[in-house]
Design a protein around this ligand. Structure first.
Ligand code: L34
Length: 295
């Protein structure tokens, strides 16, 4: 059996069409959603993600305010910019692309973002609300994973989901979202990480695996059961001299092998990545609606 591929690009395109129509409606009411974008430093992957986010904003009609700051930007300068965006009524969402340079305290910066403009869902206020099941901005990659499952008709209620990786951006929040008592969740969740004993023991029990370790080939065919659903969150650049840019992208899953056992699997690229960007657009539109009392 060879798996059916979950086409993240296609699903993302569908949601973006829906959002485009919503933005057009908001514009008729005089509302243009705005996203403040901040990138510190020149990390090539971050640059490409941020550029893709700004392009996506443009295609659906969201205004974006691009701020590319040098790597030696001080924390004080960065906080000043965040505060200016907090006070700017044209800005409904603030994106501070991570990771930040080491001399900047990431937690302090995330804490400075107005929770009502925290479209990444990283502010402790939103993280806490999410955890207790209150309405909150949901973080983009985890929400993208949940939307992929929902729109692919995967039943999560009662399913055993094994999440591999405990980052604040993906592992911890996606595990939490999937155990909530609500539609698209209700799963039994196991969260594995670098100190897990016998990872394969856990992944072999999984109905759904969410791979977010940040390492290629973390999940191999011997580690999964037949018919598993695999969501690969990894985006790893591996050297490849045959490619013009010198590398290719692979996920955290050995795709070629695992797809022979899985029922459904996401590719990399073209799986979770496009959904991350789309959920940022979704949150920004939602934030604009709330700011104008239209939510
Ligand atoms: N603040 N920082 C903040 N918010 C986020 O949501 C992110 N993340 C992660 C890193 N730092 C962040 C992203 O934007 C990861 N991430 C992200 C966004 C987009 C893509 C991958 C990761 C993406 O579009 N991936 C494409 C391939 C892109 C390429 O060719 O390089 C894909 O199809 O997977």
């Amino acid at each position: 059996m060879s798996a059916k591929i979950i086409d993240g690009k296609q699903i993302a395109a569908e949601i973006r069409e829906e959002l485009k129509a919503e933005v057009a409606e908001l514009k008729e009411q005089g509302v243009v959603p705005g996203l403040g974008v901040i990138l510190v430093g020149e990390d090539p992957a971050s640059q490409s993600y941020v550029t893709a986010k700004e392009r996506a904003c443009e295609t659906i009609g969201i205004f974006s305010d691009d701020n590319r700051l040098p790597a030696d930007t001080t924390q004080e300068e960065l906080l000043k910019l965040v505060n200016r965006m907090n006070d700017d009524p044209k800005i409904n969402g603030i994106l501070v692309q991570l990771p930040l340079p080491k001399h900047i305290d990431e937690a302090a910066v995330l804490l400075a973002i107005d929770p009502d403009k925290d479209v990444d869902g990283f502010h402790p206020m939103n993280v806490g609300k999410m955890m207790v099941g209150e309405k909150a901005f949901l973080p983009c990659t985890p929400n993208g994973v949940v939307q992929l499952l929902l729109r692919s008709g995967v039943e999560t209620a009662g399913a055993h989901v094994v999440v591999v990786g405990r980052s604040n951006i993906v592992g911890k929040p996606v595990a939490n979202m999937l155990l909530q008592k609500k539609e698209g969740a209700n799963a039994t969740v196991t969260l594995c990480h670098t100190r897990t004993k016998d990872l394969a023991f856990h992944t072999r029990q999984a109905d759904i695996i969410i791979a977010a370790s940040g390492w290629p080939n973390t999940i191999t065919a011997d580690m999964v059961k037949d018919g598993v659903v695999v969501i690969d969150v990894g985006v790893n650049r591996v050297e490849d001299a045959s490619r013009e840019r010198g590398y290719r992208l692979v996920g955290d899953v050995d795709f070629e092998e695992v797809k022979e056992k899985a029922a459904l699997i996401t590719p990399v690229p073209g799986g979770v990545g496009p959904m991350t960007i789309t959920m940022l657009l979704f949150n920004t539109v939602e934030s604009a609606r709330r700011a104008h009392g239209l939510a």
